[in-house]
Design a protein around this ligand. Structure first.
Ligand code: PGA
Length: 254
């Protein structure tokens, strides 16, 4: 069975003490209450990574993700963070292509392909986000857009490289809005993405690639979403900032 994953994207939230408190609470609650096999990934902001790495050290179920990285190896890029820095800080995963990065920081598919390649060069696993705006959904162009994001951002990889990807389908209209895609709406796009992967890399790779849903996942709707055959977990924003809510989302996974 492919991996089941609950990933918490903390975005630009939490100070260091708050991040330590939240991580400890989630660690304890998940240890006490969850017996399944899902992986739990925490994605704090850069300055919090070291502290969270320290807290989750030795916890096999837990992994640490950054929220982006720079595509260059190193250099005069004031304010940016490299893949090597992340690895040295205990990071194993990186979120790339989040719609907030695409929208506010001008990240397009071509740039994301470079960032993905750079992450893989350093042995990071990538959570690659795709998803349409409301305008495109209403225009009936969801599959076209998601298809282009997959092809241009990710399908330049060879099969070995692609096996380090986790895809996250995050409809932009569902992120932070409280308006979740229905399980059926999400499943339809997940199945489409899996078909694209099968056409590019074959059935085995497609069957093994985790595809997460993101966009207003909460403790109340997680189980229904995760019950869909092609939904392998969630990339969770708002609800990942509350230990009880996030733990309930983890517990919705097998
Ligand atoms: P949300 O964010 O759960 O707050 O909608 C999801 C995300 O942006 O990854």
């Amino acid at each position: 069975m492919r991996a089941q994953i609950a990933a918490g994207n903390w975005k630009m939230h939490l100070t260091l003490p708050e991040a330590q408190k939240l991580s400890s609470e989630v660690l304890n609650m998940v240890q006490d209450e969850y017996n399944g096999s899902a992986q739990v990934i925490l994605a704090p902001a850069f300055p919090l990574l070291g502290a969270v790495a320290h807290l989750i050290k030795g916890q096999k179920r837990f992994a640490l993700a950054a929220q982006t990285l720079h595509e260059a190896e190193q250099g005069a890029y004031t304010g940016e963070v490299s893949a090597a820095m992340l690895v040295s800080a205990g990071v194993s995963h990186v979120i790339l292509g989040h719609s907030e990065r695409r929208q506010y920081f001008g990240e397009n598919n071509a740039l994301l392909a470079l960032k993905i390649a750079q992450a893989l060069r350093h042995g990071l696993k990538v959570i690659y986000c795709v998803g349409e705006t409301l305008e495109l959904r209403e225009a009936g162009q969801t599959m076209e857009l998601v298809g282009a994001q997959m092809r241009e951002g990710a399908f330049g990889l060879d099969a070995q490289g692609f096996s380090n990807l986790i895809v996250a389908y995050e409809p932009v209209w569902a992120i932070g809005t409280g308006r979740t895609a229905s399980p059926e709406q999400a499943q339809e796009v997940h199945a489409f993405i899996r078909k694209l992967i099968a056409a590019q890399y074959g059935e085995t790779t497609a069957a093994q690639t985790p595809i997460l849903y993101g966009g207003s996942v909460n403790a109340a709707n997680a189980a229904q979403l995760f019950a869909q055959p092609d939904i392998d977990g969630g990339l969770v924003g708002g609800a990942s900032l509350k230990s009880r809510d996030f733990t309930e989302i983890v517990k919705a996974l097998p």
